[in-house]
Write a new protein. Sequence first.
Length: 113
Amino acid sequence: MRTSLLPSYPTATAVNIHKLNPKATHLCSLLDLAKHQPAIIDDIIANERFGEMDNIISQRLKDLGFLPNTTIQIVAKGLFGKPPYAVRLSTGAQFSLRADELIKISCIAIDSR
């Protein structure tokens, strides 16, 4: 049985994020961000590596606060710059995420210059 999770909150798009923050640059996964580069979460996307558990993992990330329009940044990377990464949400909550979880989080990088 497959269920579809539809957000009950407004989702970000490159267009409305750019209006809110003209320094927003491009859409990428959280895995692609540089350390300390701020970004805005766009959406939690599917990752086939989780298989049937994908919807559960997506919901868990949302329950933890990984919601669209939330500012996020990577505060630490693992050995040799590889995952796991420590990430901080704008709420101050900090989490350690594996590569497969980082790929699920689509975000819009913000140019911090």
